[in-house]
Every structure is written in structure tokens, then in C-alpha cells.
Design a protein around this ligand. Structure first.
Ligand code: ADP
Ligand code: 5GP
Length: 210
């Protein structure tokens, strides 16, 4: 996004989507479009997938380190998924939001916790176009066992029930269209009046104050 927007507290945009919904692909594309949009790199104890880079997609840590971070109160939220731990670093999140916007990829529990910590955040849920397509994408990603795929599929159906409290729903039928929709949500958030008042102030001052 251009620098026409005043600095200040950034926009928090949390994206949830069950495994296989395509949220990683959609979020990656948005990150590439907007340099001002930082990505919250979560900590996780799950093994790295071949396509992933440590420090960019996740910070891959052992369970002892993760537990130590919880004990120190370093995590603004964390949750267990499929026997592995995932969490958001409080410091990284606050630091990024001071001058940037922040994109987070979290499950429904993480999103709920973030909504408490940051009620002004934007909460977006990404869904696959159909149940059949969800299953196909989970299989298409490869590298996972039948049991893991089945667990992710069942969990996806459970997660989708949480959709009722989200602000936006994006159906990921065509990847480019889904990316466009998320981009539209982000741009609209940046144009909200309360975010723009600082920039508009001089007009009021010239016409007798606000
Ligand atoms: P998630 O992070 O939600 O688990 P990914 O972004 O890893 O999802 O996508 C899961 C699989 O589906 C990947 O192989 C990805 O390339 C594919 N995929 C994502 N979006 C689409 C789409 N709109 N159409 C077809 N395949 C897609
Ligand atoms: P995956 O293993 O497919 O990358 O992610 C599994 C699930 O963990 C996804 O639903 C993803 O959104 C979620 N997740 C990733 N990072 C975090 C995090 O920091 N906190 C929470 N609560 N969930 C996360």
C-alpha cells in the first residue's frame, strides 16, 4: 500500500482457514503485494514441510523451547493442532503493529484470542469451494499420511462451524479471485474513516476546526 496512509497503529488482519482451504497460498500472495504488510511468523513444534523456510513460514522450535516461551508469557496466544503446538509471539506482534500492518494465519482458537487482545482487528475466514475440493487439496499437498489427512479433514469441518463470528468469508475457488478478495478486504480496512482522520485534519483546521 502506498504511504498515503498515516502512520500509527497498524491494521491487524487475521486469516483462518482449515488445512487445505488454500490460506497459505492466498496469504503468501498478499504478502508479496504489500511491503508494509508484515507477516506474523508463528512458532511451531511441527516438522518443516519441504516447501517451507524456517524463519519465514514458521519458526520451527522443539517442544521444550515452546513450553519455555509459554512459561515466560511470550505468546499472545497458542493452541495445539494435531499434537503439535502453534503460537503467536507477543513481542513480534506488538512491534510489527507499531508501524506496519500485520497479517496472521491462525486457527479459530488463535483468532478468538486475538479478537480479545485486538478487538479492532479484521477476521477473515477462507473456505474451499466444496467438501470434495477440500479433500482433494489435502491429498494434493502430498507428504502426509492417510490418518493425518483424515484428521485434518474432520477438523476442517469442525472449524468451519466457527465462521459465524468472522467479519469476512472468502471462498477460494480460483486462487487469483480469492487473492483479489483478500486484497479488497485489506484496502477497505485501510480506508476506514477512523484510520483516515489524522490525514483529513488539515482540511478541518482550514475550515474552523473539527
Ligand atoms: P492451507 O494453508 O489452507 O492448508 P495451501 O495454501 O497449502 O492451504 O493449499 C493446499 C493445496 O491446495 C496446495 O496444493 C495448493 O497449491 C492448492 N490450492 C490452493 N488454492 C487453490 C485453488 N484456488 N485451486 C486449486 N488448488 C488450490
Ligand atoms: P499447518 O500445520 O497446516 O501449517 O497449520 C495447522 C493449523 O495451525 C492451521 O489452522 C493454522 O492456521 C494454525 N496456526 C498456524 N500458526 C498458528 C498460531 O500461531 N496460532 C494458532 N492458534 N494457530 C496457528
Amino acid at each position: 500500500m502506498s504511504s498515503s496512509r498515516p502512520q500509527g497503529e497498524g491494521i491487524l488482519i487475521a486469516v483462518t482457514g482449515p488445512s487445505g482451504s488454500g490460506k497459505t497460498s492466498v496469504c503468501k500472495a498478499l504478502r508479496a503485494m504489500f511491503p508494509r504488510l508484515r507477516f506474523s511468523v508463528s512458532l511451531t513444534t511441527r516438522p518443516r514441510r519441504p516447501s517451507e523456510v524456517d524463519g519465514e513460514d514458521y519458526h520451527f522450535v522443539c517442544e521444550a523451547e515452546f513450553r519455555e516461551r509459554i512459561r515466560r508469557g511470550d505468546l499472545v496466544e497458542w493452541a495445539e493442532n494435531y499434537g503439535k503446538l502453534y503460537g503467536t509471539s507477543r513481542e513480534a506482534m506488538e512491534e510489527a503493529l507499531r508501524g506496519n500492518d500485520l497479517l496472521l494465519d491462525v486457527d479459530t482458537r488463535g483468532a478468538r484470542a486475538l479478537k480479545k487482545a485486538c478487538p479492532g482487528g479484521i477476521f477473515v475466514f477462507i473456505v474451499p469451494p466444496s467438501i470434495g475440493e477440500l479433500e482433494r487439496r489435502l491429498r494434493g499437498r502430498g507428504s502426509e499420511t492417510e490418518e493425518t489427512i483424515r484428521r485434518r479433514f474432520d477438523n476442517a469441518l469442525r472449524e468451519i462451524r466457527e465462521i459465524v463470528w468472522y467479519d469476512y468469508i472468502i471462498v477460494n475457488d480460483e486462487l487469483d479471485a480469492a487473492i483479489d478478495r483478500l486484497r479488497a478486504v485489506y484496502l477497505a480496512a485501510a480506508c476506514r474513516r477512523e484510520r483516515m482522520m489524522e490525514k483529513i485534519k488539515p482540511f478541518f483546521e482550514r475550515s474552523g476546526g473539527m
